[in-house]
Design a protein around this ligand. Structure first.
Ligand code: PEP
Ligand code: MG
Length: 311
């Protein structure tokens, strides 16, 4: 039986009525890239590159980053990897970058904003990513995009770096984790190849509840109908533009989250490595029709508790 379970984890996750949901991994280092494949992951939906910058005295060089990303594509053996550009700031502090103290770090110079303030870091990382893209299927994703100008600027810098290397184009996506980007998803969709919904931050920004606050943790529920409505709006905008949508926040690995995200039409779930097999197994027992109906009911709920009670 163990053997059968192991084999099943390598098969795609197809719903009872034929819809396929890709199940990929959230990772932060090379060992996890290998572990993701071992666990049945169909690729990497989120590489949190900021972990390459933590617990050291200086930023990793272009070559160091290239070696790391290339080791990951090798471990993935042809499966795709979404490399998210640096998402430093917020709770992730990096002493050697000497970032000024902020009153509200989650609302400050975080993610793509820091990359614009420190273009040296951004360009170096992009160079390493484009070099690694020659070793396997690599996609680029920007974190914390809040405005259209930010996306345009990030794409411009990416294109400059690509041209300077004479590298081939890669698929470009953005995180949907700031409410403005969900609300304006129809404006963003034509400009990217894919979206990935970061429900951890989206929840904190939609509900104005710090994701790390011990007293608010229970209320800051990613299945709150306000969050689900933003996801619904995002998926519909992406569908209209012919783009695909992933989800990479914590609820992508939550059993009710899997049902509701599938029902809202999310195409790819990026989850922690230990959740991969269970999420795939769960999807195989679901039908598109039933999850869709349940998602519609969830969108009409008044509270997160009402949504949770649907389970
Ligand atoms: C998120 O915000 O949901 C996300 C996946 O990114 P991170 O947790 O790294 O902020
Ligand atoms: Mg985030």
């Amino acid at each position: 039986q163990r053997d059968a379970e192991r084999k099943a984890c390598y098969k795609p996750a197809i719903m009872t009525d034929g819809a396929r949901i890709e199940v990929v991994a959230n990772i932060s280092d090379v060992a996890e890239a290998a572990a993701a494949v071992e666990a049945g992951g169909e690729g990497v939906g989120l590489l949190r590159t900021e972990f390459l910058f933590l617990q050291r005295d200086s930023a990793p060089t272009e070559d160091e980053q290239f070696e790391t990303y290339a080791a990951m594509t090798k471990a993935l053996n042809g499966l795709p990897i979404i490399i998210r550009t640096l998402d430093i700031g917020g709770d992730k502090e990096v002493p050697y970058l000497q970032m000024p103290a902020e009153m509200n770090p989650f609302l400050g110079e975080r993610g793509i904003r820091l990359c614009f303030a420190r273009k040296d870091l951004f360009r170096t990382q992009l160079r390493a990513i484009f070099r690694a893209a020659a070793t396997g299927p690599v996609r680029i994703m920007y974190p914390m995009i809040a405005t259209f100008e930010e996306l345009q600027k990030a794409k411009e810098i990416t294109e400059e770096v690509r041209n300077s290397l004479g590298a081939d184009p890669v698929e470009i996506g953005m995180m949907i984790e700031v409410p403005s980007s969900a609300v304006m998803a129809d404006v963003f969709a034509p400009e990217v190849d894919f979206f990935s919904i970061g429900t951890n931050d989206l929840t904190q920004y939609v509900l104005a509840m710090d994701r790390l606050h011990p007293q608010l943790a229970k209320q800051a529920d990613g299945l709150h109908p306000a969050v689900l409505r933003m996801i619904d709006q995002t998926v519909r905008a992406a569908d209209a533009a012919g783009k695909w949508v992933g989800a990479c926040g914590g609820i992508a690995g939550d059993p009710l989250g899997v049902v509701l995200l599938s029902g809202l039409g999310v195409h790819e779930l990026s989850v922690s490595i230990p959740s991969i097999a269970a999420v795939k197994a769960q999807i195989r027992g679901l039908s598109r029709e039933k999850t869709r109906a349940l998602a519609q009911r969830a969108l009409a709920c008044r509270t997160a508790a009402e949504v949770r009670a649907l389970a």
